[in-house]
Write a protein that binds this ligand. Structure first.
Ligand SMILES: Cc1cc2nc3c(=O)[nH]c(=O)nc-3n(C[C@H](O)[C@H](O)[C@H](O)COP(=O)(O)OP(=O)(O)OC[C@H]3O[C@@H](n4cnc5c(N)ncnc54)[C@H](O)[C@@H]3O)c2cc1C
Length: 470
């Protein structure tokens, strides 16, 4: 007989761990929860010593046409080990893109419904942010005071007081019980002093709970369905297939691997795996004229909302501007610090031709079919020089240059969208699978449309909400 658990969770990163956190708050002392993790427990010191986030490869997967690469680190804590810790909320309009701007899709939940969970996730991650002003409605304080801005940030803030704020950051401003303050060195994917929130440094206690069994090097391959329920999970450990039964099955393997697992399990919903969408990022290097940079207390200090929301979103993508405080020095004498690096993060629209499939040569592998970003996003990128001419009037500058679009994708979503209609969505507004009542599919796959803002805080808030719905 296969072993039986009350709950089986796949993955150990934001989506799974925030769900597990809430479940453990509610579960009785006899509960048995199994967590399957494909990778190893590569500790922070292992990562630093090996200059790598993961001992399991590959981390970078090329799309089928070879034009783009998709980064995802496998192991205990997933991409919470490699993320940069930028933790803004989405804007209310991100949840209503279709009704407000006639593009993308509306979410089946509103910003207001998610707001209490945003607050809770921010407290758990100990997010540092500004309480006096923000781009999104917020009525409770951040866990930590905002990071110190740089001089260029301060100039932006006085020119655009309604549209420029300190970045909400899970890189500690002040030490927490488990983490020191951010050292602002700008190597955040391998945070040298472990100041950035990760599952390993703040949520390790979940995996020490006697109700939880964590099985490492255990790859979930298939879910067996029976009579409208997810009955068991087949996983590989030490090259052997094992079957385990669960009353509740939770997938938190991200927007690339969740759909792959469902497709391999025989879920043939026409929307499954489709609409793989990624934020598109473009870097701008600004040579300042007489203003020094790099006085801030973390690596990314500012968030500009000057081209994020507004009527333009019916024609072209919105974008979030990040200002970097990581020293990238100029070579001219006396001007070393007169440089500002900005990252412009564009949203994109869902396109069903961009999708996850099972690789034809090996069903264990995913095939990423990605044609590139939409005309909607390209129009916004084409508009960037004009936008910058307006935005950069806030600073004394000599000149600027724009880099080509970054072909490496780190912030992706779609593929298992949430919605009220089972014909057009995979999960309901609580991330419960429409067809299988005891199956939850967590993570950014559930986003019906994206946002220019970073996804991890929203993923975490959605998981807390999903676990509350049980
Ligand atoms: C370099 C980098 C920087 C980033 N910076 C930011 C940022 O600053 N802010 C932000 O909001 N977002 C950022 N992101 C994106 C963010 O990290 C992801 O959106 C987020 O981690 C997704 O969370 P998740 O829990 O859904 O999945 P993941 O973090 O991708 O974790 C998936 C988990 O599932 C496991 N797994 C996968 N397949 C299986 C299987 N078959 N069986 C068992 N286990 C499996 C993995 O090992 C892992 O534990 C960044 C990403 C990268 C790579």
């Amino acid at each position: 007989m296969p072993e039986h658990y009350d709950i089986i969770i796949v993955g150990t990163s934001f989506a799974s761990s925030f769900f597990l956190l809430r479940v453990l708050q509610k579960a009785d002392p006899q509960s048995r929860i199994l967590v399957l993790e494909r990778g190893n427990a590569d500790s922070h010191s292992w990562q630093i010593n090996n200059f790598s986030n993961s001992s399991t490869s590959p981390s970078l997967i090329k799309s089928a046409n070879g034009a783009s690469s998709w980064l995802s680190h496998i192991g205990w804590g997933g991409n919470s080990n490699s993320w940069w810790g930028s933790a803004p909320r989405f804007m209310p309009s991100d949840f209503k893109l279709k009704s407000q701007y006639g593009v993308g899709n509306d979410w089946p939940i509103s910003y207001r419904e998610l707001a209490p969970y945003y607050h809770e996730a921010e407290q758990i991650m100990q997010v540092a942010g500004a309480n006096d002003a923000s781009a999104f409605p917020k009525n409770k304080p951040y866990a930590q005071a905002a990071h110190k801005l740089s001089e260029p940030d301060r100039l932006f803030q006085s020119a655009f007081p309604q549209h420029f704020f300190p970045q909400p950051s899970a890189r500690a401003r002040t030490a927490t019980q488990n983490r020191p303050a951010c050292c602002a060195i700008g190597k955040c994917h391998l945070c040298p002093n472990n100041a950035k929130f990760s599952v390993q440094n703040e949520l390790a206690f979940l995996y020490e709970d006697p109700r939880v069994t964590l099985k490492l090097q255990s790859t979930a391959n298939k879910i067996n369905f029976s009579r409208g329920l997810a009955e068991s999970v087949v996983y590989t450990h030490n090259n052997r297939n094992q079957v385990v039964q669960g009353d509740l099955i939770i997938l938190g393997a991200n927007a690339l691997f969740n759909p792959h697992l469902l497709l391999r399990s025989g879920d043939h919903h026409p929307m499954l795996g489709k609409n793989l969408t990624s934020q598109v990022s473009v870097k701008v290097a600004v040579n300042l004229d007489g203003v020094d940079n790099f006085q801030g207390s973390t690596s990314i200090t500012g968030h500009g909302y000057m081209i994020y929301d507004g009527p333009h979103r019916s024609q072209r993508a919105g974008a979030l501007i990040e200002t970097h405080n990581t020293p990238t020095l100029r070579t001219e004498k006396g001007k070393w610090r007169q440089r500002l690096m900005m990252n412009i993060l564009y949203e994109d629209l869902p396109n069903p031709r961009n999708q996850i499939k099972i690789a034809s040569h090996d069903p264990d592998q995913i095939s990423i079919q990605y044609q590139g970003h939409s005309d909607y996003t390209q129009k916004a990128i084409d508009q960037l020089p004009e936008d910058l001419d307006r935005i950069l009037t806030a600073l004394p500058i000599e000149n600027y240059s724009i880099s080509p679009v970054n072909p490496i994708h780190t912030q992706y979503h779609g593929t298992t969208p949430m919605g009220d209609d089972p014909q057009t969505s995979i999960v309901d507004k609580n991330l419960r699978h429409h067809q299988y009542d005891n199956l939850f599919v967590l993570g950014a796959g559930a986003f019906p449309s994206g946002s220019p803002a970073h996804p991890a805080l929203t993923i975490s808030a959605l998981s807390l909400r999903a676990a509350d719905s049980i």
